[in-house]
Structures are given as structure tokens and as C-alpha cells.
Design a protein around this ligand. Structure first.
Ligand code: GAR
Length: 204
């Protein structure tokens, strides 16, 4: 059984896709052991509650400095001894110690075809605004391993999505979620659970 911690910040539709995938068998042999949010008001926490999944809020606001927050976040993860950490719309810079300790065992979903529209400042709706500003005809989503850079880790899966005339950032975001994100993230977790994607061993 693959033990997964899912980290969230917002509405949690990607978390929902993972929950649904486990329930309907798209994702095999996997259990979400904890949902962690940095934001108390995240609707994702409600989704976890509704499905009886243990959840926890670790907010930077509750700590005097970043180092203390990072430590609390790492502890919240460590307590569950996960095999995999899934960043599903988690808008926090992952502490370096966590990256080192969970090398090749942290995956992130990003709403563009990396290396386009990624890196510092590109998150959520901003990614789609930038894609529309540039006038690309295809965008999409990427699941990648997390390394020390921002969106620079090894790519696992990508799916292209058409940009259509008249798209607003919101419309494009919805299409990318429906056609790419909500399929790719469950697929990546299932492939990892089946051992089809080699994930690294714990470093420390
Ligand atoms: C998703 O579109 C996800 O790809 C994006 O935030 C949204 C979260 O939505 N993540 C990033 O931009 C990370 N750089 P959700 O809370 O409904 O899953």
C-alpha cells in the first residue's frame, strides 16, 4: 500500500481527483494518510473531512519565522511516514530539508507544459493569464518530481490542452483541469503505486 500525504492550499479539486481515483479504482493500492494545508480556510480541508481523511493545517502565520514553520511542516509529514508526497496546488516553497529527505518521492502538478509558463511567480490563474498573453495555441499540465528549483525537477507526465478563441484565464484553467490535471495526477500516483515509475529511496 502506497502511503500518500497530499499538500494543498486552496480549493482542492486535484485532491478530489485523487480521492475519487482511489474510490473508483483508477488509483490502485494507495491510501491518503494525511492532507496538509498551509491555509486554514482552504476548501480542500473540508473535502478531506467529508471523506474521513485526517488533515492538518500548518500555517506560517502560527510560527515566528520560516525555519520554525519549515520544521513544523516537515514534522507533520514525517509523523505519517509517507511513501509519497503529492503537492496538489500547494503554494508554499518546499523546505530544502524535505526535498533532500524525500528525493524523488515528492511530485507536483503544474498547470502548463513545462518548461513554458513555470518557475517563480507562475502559479494558479497567473499561468493561464501568461499563456493567453503569449498567444499559445496549446497549453496543458505537467506532473514532475520536486527538486531544489521551482518546477525544474524530472518530468513524469504531460498532457496538452487546446487554447480556444475567446478563452479567459478562468475558462482555460477549467479546461486544463478537466482535460489534463484531474487525469494526470491520479495516473501518476497509480503508476508510482504499481512500480511503473521508479521512485528514489529515502536519503536520510
Ligand atoms: C491547480 O491548477 C494546480 O495545477 C495549480 O494550482 C491549482 C490548484 O487547484 N498549481 C500550481 O500552480 C503550482 N505551481 P486545486 O486546489 O483546485 O487543486
Amino acid at each position: 500500500m502506497l502511503k500518500v500525504v497530499v499538500c494543498v492550499s486552496g480549493s482542492g479539486t486535484n485532491l478530489q481527483a485523487v480521492i475519487d481515483g482511489i474510490q473508483n479504482g483508477t488509483i490502485q493500492n494507495t491510501q491518503i494518510v494525511r492532507v496538509i494545508s498551509n491555509n486554514k480556510g482552504a476548501y480542500a480541508l473540508q473535502r478531506a473531512k467529508e471523506h474521513g481523511i485526517p488533515s492538518l493545517c500548518v500555517s506560517p502565520k502560527d510560527y515566528t519565522n520560516r525555519a520554525e514553520f519549515n520544521l513544523a511542516l516537515l514534522q507533520a509529514v514525517e509523523e505519517t511516514s509517507p511513501d509519497l508526497i503529492v503537492l496538489a496546488g500547494f503554494l508554499v516553497v518546499v523546505p530544502e530539508e524535505m526535498i533532500q529527505r524525500y528525493r524523488n518521492r515528492i511530485i507536483n502538478i503544474h498547470p502548463s507544459l513545462i518548461p513554458s509558463f513555470c518557475g517563480t511567480g507562475y502559479y494558479g490563474l497567473r499561468v493561464h493569464e501568461a499563456a493567453l498573453e503569449r498567444g499559445v495555441k496549446l497549453t496543458g499540465a505537467t506532473v514532475h518530481f520536486v527538486d531544489e528549483g521551482t518546477d525544474t525537477g524530472p518530468i513524469l507526465l504531460q498532457k496538452a490542452v487546446e487554447v480556444k478563441v475567446g478563452d479567459t484565464p478562468q475558462i482555460l484553467q477549467k479546461r486544463v483541469m478537466e482535460e489534463a490535471e484531474w487525469k494526470l495526477l491520479p495516473q501518476a500516483i497509480d503508476e508510482i503505486a504499481r512500480g511503473q515509475i521508479q521512485i528514489g529511496r529515502r536519503d536520510g
